[in-house]
Unconditional design. Structure first.
Length: 279
């Protein structure tokens, strides 16, 4: 029986440079759940795209990439799930491979980043999102999809975070960001401006799909009007090509909210392009 994998990601683990895996968890979602269904829907719908990227003139088939399936998650037990994601990511990193995680809600990024950070203490975070995700807690809970970047900043240092496309959050979150790290509101036009700052450091890219406008990404739990178009985001990502990317994730696809399948296709194409960013 064939294992379900993302298109073109079927190399042997031992020979792979990038390891794709799913983290199907949405246990702290505050509005509309469903991101736990994303990893396998993305794998299934990836058959509808090509492995070749005309944007980069490269092909996933020519890369050493494997998809190892989903790590174990525990619905109703957030900490146990985060521990599982951490262990999976840590194993990949210790095998000198680059982890690429498909969420899941955005909280799943926290343990993945932690595992990568422990191997790369000078890590820089490139964060594309509609939301600041800088709350200290949500309804008293520190482990929440809306606190993930604040948790990351507490761990690695807030000056190591670069945010793009942000257009929603509390006033205090915006004030914190403007005071402590790089943030571009509404758009992602200044990625080129930070390249000089980050080019000598290991990079982790975390992409929340709600950074895109709901007109092309309605399949997400917390849609925010006024977002990026596909080519806006792609052009921003391509500015990061050939940097020292040591970890990636893409999160917050909720397939059931877009019956057209367009959101799934957008997610699939972005994963393909992100896979090809690596040297």
């Amino acid at each position: 029986m064939n294992k379900l994998t993302f298109i073109g990601c079927d190399k042997e683990y031992s020979n792979s440079d990038i390891v794709l895996f799913g983290a199907p968890f949405d246990g702290t979602v505050s509005f509309r759940p469903g991101t736990r269904f994303a990893p396998n829907i993305i794998r299934t719908d990836s058959d509808g795209i090509e492995t070749y990227s005309p944007y980069q003139n490269e092909d996933i088939e020519d890369k050493n990439v494997t998809d190892i399936g989903d790590c174990e998650t525990f619905f109703g037990n957030t900490q146990k799930t985060l521990d599982s994601i951490y262990i999976q990511t840590k194993e990949i990193v210790q095998d000198n491979k680059t982890p690429f995680m498909i969420g899941g809600e955005h909280l799943v990024s926290l343990p993945a980043i932690k595992a990568v950070y422990e191997e790369h203490p000078e890590l820089r975070i490139i964060h594309f999102d509609a939301h600041t995700d800088l709350r200290d807690n949500y309804l008293g809970e520190e482990l929440n999809h809306s606190t993930v970047i604040k948790q990351v900043s507490n761990m690695i240092g807030t000056h190591k975070i670069y945010q793009f496309g942000i257009r929603s959050g509390l006033k205090t979150e915006f004030e914190f960001a403007k005071k402590n790290h790089y943030i571009e509101l509404f758009t992602a036009n200044t990625v080129q401006d930070i390249i000089e700052d980050i080019k000598d450091y290991p990079i982790y890219i975390t992409l929340d799909l709600d950074v895109l406008d709901p007109s092309i990404m309605s399949g997400t739990g917390t849609p925010e009007p006024g977002g990026l178009q596909f080519l806006d985001l792609l052009n921003a990502l391509l500015k990061l090509k050939n940097l020292n990317i040591v970890g990636l994730d893409i999160v917050e696809l909720s397939p059931q909210y877009d019956q057209s399948g367009v959101s799934n296709a957008v997610a699939c194409k972005l994963i393909r392009e992100m896979l090809l960013l690596k040297k």
